[in-house]
Design a protein around this ligand. Structure first.
Ligand code: ATP
Length: 257
């Protein structure tokens, strides 16, 4: 599905990614975990072909970047990020914003076909906000906006869904509602790649975790093997105890005496 092999990303004096190898197979769902500035977003941008490595290869859905039309591959990848949200029009009704996902447009300048409107409503129903269809995007709460992004990204029936800190800024209630929609993606034929700083966002859906620190992968593999107090210490420099509860990892910070 996604193969990043021997990736280096160098800008000026900085080695931003250093020999990163990530292999994501069909049926797996991955979380990229790491501190601010560790290189997570840069890796996502490479999966989407918005950044190219200084060295190494990127293969997505059987296409090697640099030897294929990246725009064609991107049509099969949904991408949810704050920077994309900022490009959407806050005055447009939610249904229209979701419908733009069908064609990866930012806005419609012509009549939207009825079948596209119907599908947009279906996607809004899936994330449990069909009642907001006619409201302007800008009038929605942060949590509702995230759900609109999720519904919009599903319009194009992506094979891969890449999410960059989608639960950032949500309160506990909104976050849990959003995460439960993310978890429902296990019922769909889509591979999810999810970036976060927060361990408790690793929902049962996720099978694998990669931990990145200062541009290097310090651990990657099945989540039960990777999410250890030792690896969390290496990534965040904090001693923790980790417990699994209802197939989610929860941490307690152990203060140094
Ligand atoms: N094109 C670029 N040119 C120069 N520096 C860059 C470029 N892209 C990323 N960086 C730097 O690389 C580092 C990693 O950035 P990145 O956005 O990937 O981190 P991140 O793990 O997603 O961080 P956060 O959790 O804060 O979003 C940062 O220090 C950033 O300033």
């Amino acid at each position: 599905m996604i193969h990043l092999s021997g990736i280096h990303f160098i800008r000026g004096e900085r080695h931003i990614l250093n020999d990163v190898n990530v292999h994501i197979e069909s049926g797996e769902h991955w979380v990229l975990l790491g501190r601010n500035g560790s290189g997570k977003t840069t890796l996502l941008e490479m999966m989407n072909g918005y950044e190219f490595p200084s060295r190494g290869t990127v293969d997505v859905l059987g296409n090697r970047y640099g030897q294929c039309d990246v725009r064609e591959v991107r049509k099969k990848i949904g991408y949810i990020s704050q920077s994309l949200f900022e490009k959407l029009s806050l005055i447009d009704p939610v249904l229209e914003v979701v419908a733009t996902g069908e064609y990866a447009y930012l806005r419609f300048y012509q009549e939207i076909p009825q079948e596209v409107k119907d599908r947009a409503l279906e996607m809004l129903t899936r994330v449990r906000i069909p009642h907001l269809a006619d409201q302007p995007l800008g009038s929605l709460s942060q949590g509702e906006r995230k759900k609109v992004m999720l519904a919009r990204s599903l319009m194009s029936k992506p094979s891969i869904l890449v999410m960059d800190e989608p639960a950032a800024g949500l309160d506990l209630f909104e976050r849990e509602r959003f995460l439960s929609d993310v978890n429902e993606l296990s019922k769909q034929d889509v591979t999810v790649v999810y970036v976060t700083h927060h361990i408790e966002e690793i929902m049962p859906l996720f099978t694998h975790v990669a931990i990145i620190e200062q541009g290097e992968l310090i651990a990657s593999g099945r989540k039960e093997d990777v999410l250890t107090p030792e690896n969390i210490y290496k990534a965040f420099g904090i001693h923790v105890a980790l417990e699994w509860f209802q197939d989610r990892p929860w941490i307690k910070v152990i203060e140094d005496k």
